[in-house]
Design a protein around this ligand. Structure first.
Ligand code: SAM
Length: 359
């Protein structure tokens, strides 16, 4: 499977390093050159010099692809299930299965974006203790445990939805990362992914991560922004989608778990004491419109994920926080789904990776 090949590529490219993985700046350079992603801000000396606002190159033939039923089937249950069954090996509890499928699809998208890397922080390859907060289905923790057999990986979440059959060096606990952390032994690596919009107090959370790391340990946060961007003028046709993204941001701020804080992660990590803090951003196309074949593949998966994310985020936030009626939300979401399926519209999101070291 492409995911495994990408992982092997990534691991092979680190083969020269004796006890630690390749420095993250090199990882980012490889990824960016090959997948045309973008680094906007990276304090490392070897930061790639792609121009921050460059548009992704569009495949002019993408709308006329031979697969005529494709756009009608995107977002349907059968399409989502055929995609997810191709990337998942695990069985889960029936609880909220669609959201669990979405999280696993996102895991696949992240690994395609990074050419297989589960992290960008230059962690030591024989690390001992790893914590994954808000682990969801646990897919990151499971894959990390498989790739780092020396590590004891703990995944925590409010929901006990993780599978029972996992590698022996991976365990799961029900825990609220916004409450006091009771771990007695410190960690070498603490990680959180896709928690944008799930954190009320970053200062407190990042301080806890700092406190519970060993000296020399790394903390890494990865997440998509709440905003979507037009790659060219066609993107402005997606007016409902751009409006929905703005309203999700407004609602999340009112709810006290703002999506906009992602832009402050680097500053906030430095404030609590992390050093060598780096931020890497990737453009995440929605749809098969990019010319680059890897980005085209990523865009295909992201289109499905984005359509599912609309329902996952909009219904809860709009009804509870903005006071919209169910029919109002349904009409808005229907418009958004149509725009996201429209192959002539070129939109993308951005994924942020921010990591730092405890001195
Ligand atoms: C979008 S999912 C991301 C899951 C996983 N990190 C991944 O990338 O696949 C967010 C997860 O955070 C969990 N979560 C939200 N708030 C939490 C909290 N205060 N403590 C623990 N988990 C939390 C949710 O239950 C959900 O499983």
């Amino acid at each position: 499977m492409a995911q495994n090949e990408a992982t092997r590529d990534a691991q092979e490219s680190t083969a020269g390093a004796a006890s630690s993985t390749q420095p993250a700046t090199n990882i980012a350079t490889t990824t960016l050159n090959e997948a045309t992603a973008e680094v906007q801000e990276n304090t490392g000396a070897a930061a790639p010099s792609q121009s921050a606002g460059a548009d992704l190159e569009v495949d002019e033939n993408a709308s006329a692809d031979g697969d005529s039923g494709y756009n009608d089937s995107i977002g349907t249950a059968s399409y989502a299930s055929s995609i997810s069954s191709s990337i998942r090996n695990y069985k889960y509890e029936p609880n909220d299965e669609e959201e669990q499928d979405r999280m696993d699809l996102l895991n696949h998208i992240y690994r395609l974006l990074t050419r297989g890397y589960l992290h960008l922080a230059p962690i030591n390859s024989n690390l001992q203790r790893v914590l994954d907060i808000g682990t969801g289905t646990g897919i990151w923790a499971i894959q990390f445990a498989e790739e780092y057999p020396s590590a004891q990986v703990i995944g925590t979440d409010l929901s006990p939805i993780q599978p029972k059959w996992v590698p022996p060096n991976c365990t799961f606990e029900v825990d609220d990362y916004e409450q006091e952390w009771l771990f007695k032994t410190k960690f070498d690596f603490i990680h959180g992914r896709e928690l944008n919009g799930f954190v009320s107090d970053y200062d407190r959370l990042f301080s806890r991560a700092f406190k519970h790391l060993k000296s020399g340990g790394y903390f890494e946060f990865q997440s998509a922004e709440g905003d979507l961007f037009p790659n060219d003028e066609t993107g402005y046709k997606a007016k409902h989608t751009l409006q929905l993204a703005a309203q999700v941001r407004e609602a999340s701020a009112k709810f006290g778990k703002s999506f906009m804080k992602i832009h402050e992660w680097k500053k906030m990590m430095e404030k609590v004491g992390f050093v060598d803090v780096r931020k890497v951003e990737y453009k995440l196309p929605i749809g098969r419109w990019p010319k680059d074949p890897k980005l085209k593949e990523i865009g295909k998966y992201q289109q499905v994920q984005q359509i599912q994310a609309v329902d996952a985020y909009a219904f809860a936030l709009f009804s509870r926080v903005l006071g919209w009626s169910q029919p109002e939300i349904q009409v808005m979401c229907a418009h958004v789904r149509n725009e996201l399926k429209d192959p002539s519209i070129h939109l993308y999101g951005k994924v942020h990776f921010v990591y730092g070291r405890k001195p």
